[in-house]
Design a protein around this ligand. Structure first.
Ligand code: ASP
Length: 339
């Protein structure tokens, strides 16, 4: 072989290795993926919260997997079941444990989408529905609408006999202290004329994506929004195409992060669109949107995404993101923060 030919082979090999190494992380054979929101670094997490989060994420995966494994179980059942576990836990910014608005209220948003039919349902600004994800699913299945907000959504939930709680149910001391601290920090920043919009504590919104044996996908997201949000503010979580999207022809996505950016960049939809129209892999499309579009724009956040082959991606451009996934054989994986 001539030196010239050897050189070309070597270059080809290097290019192949580099492009293989450049493909972003994804896991195969996944049937359910969840996130517990953006976070700080693992080293900053106290041992108690670390244990509690791991236990909650594991229970959410088990519950979602059990729902999917039932004879008539669907990906929607899995998404709803997994999210309900996290809504009921005080450790996430969804359901109980939600962050506070500037006025000291808990206002919750959620959405769900079926990748097979592209049916979707969502609720926003709700303050008395114990499990907003179940209300979102009911909007999808029992009304001709996609999004119900505020008192109307609550009346609907009452009419169909969903579990209703007093607004105080959602309050936790940890989140109240965070709210007070952030109000103080905001005042200090205003005084020093440094109006940086920084979340001093991670918000921990929750979401799930699921797949059945026939290639059907579903996605859902539930949140209390961003801390000290203004009255009437809706984020991306109840907005189909922004915080949640599912389409069997591309993927299912649930996002977490600064919702205003997820809305403006149509994040969840854009990941699917890159797959569908540009032929990108799930991992490459999710990486492109989170790391190369959102990050330079200042949009902090991440997603969990699943395609109909069972490939799972979970990119984030924040210091960390709580996440977990379960493979077809039932093996559970949980990662906190930047693990
Ligand atoms: N995306 C959510 C919102 O903007 C917040 C979060 O993900 O933590 O409402």
């Amino acid at each position: 072989m001539s030196y010239h030919l050897l050189g070309s082979v070597a270059i080809l090999l290097i290019e192949f290795t580099m492009s293989a190494a450049a493909e972003p992380w994804s896991a195969p054979n996944v049937v359910l993926g969840i996130h517990g929101g953006t976070s700080g670094r693992r080293a900053e997490l106290n041992a108690e919260l670390d244990q509690a989060l791991r236990a909650d994420l594991t229970r959410a995966l088990e519950s979602g997997h059990a729902a999917l494994s039932r004879p008539q179980g669907t990906p929607l059942d899995a998404v709803e079941a997994a999210i309900r576990v996290m809504e009921d836990s005080p450790h996430f910014n969804a359901g109980k444990g939600a962050i506070f608005t500037r006025e000291g209220r808990n206002e919750l948003d959620a959405s769900i989408m079926d990748g097979k039919t592209r049916a979707a349902g969502a609720v926003g600004f709700v303050t008395t529905i114990k499990n907003p994800i179940t209300a979102a699913r009911a909007v999808m299945e029992k009304t001709k609408h996609v999004l119900l907000v505020g008192p109307g959504a609550e009346t609907f939930a009452e009419q169909i006999e969903l579990e209703i709680v007093a607004p105080e149910y959602f309050r936790t001391e940890r989140r109240w202290e965070q709210h007070q601290r952030e109000l103080r920090e905001e005042t200090a920043r205003t005084r020093s004329a440094q109006m940086r919009d920084v979340a001093s504590e991670p918000w921990s919104t929750v979401g799930a994506v699921a797949l059945d044996g026939a290639g059907n996908l579903a996605a859902g997201t539930s949140t209390g929004g961003t801390s000290n949000k203004l009255f009437g503010r809706l984020g991306d979580s109840p907005i189909v195409g922004a915080g949640t999207y599912a389409d069997n022809e591309s993927c299912a996505v649930s996002g977490t992060g600064r919702g205003e950016f997820f809305i403006r960049w149509a994040v969840a939809y854009d990941i699917g669109a890159l797959m569908k129209y540009r032929g990108m892999s799930l991992a490459a499309a999710a990486d492109e949107v989170i790391m190369h579009k959102l990050k330079p724009a200042g949009g902090d956040g991440g997603v969990v995404a699943l395609d109909s082959q069972g490939n799972f991606a979970a990119p984030y451009n924040t210091p960390g993101m709580h996440r977990g996934w379960i493979t077809r054989d039932g093996k559970i994986h949980v990662r906190l923060c930047d693990e």
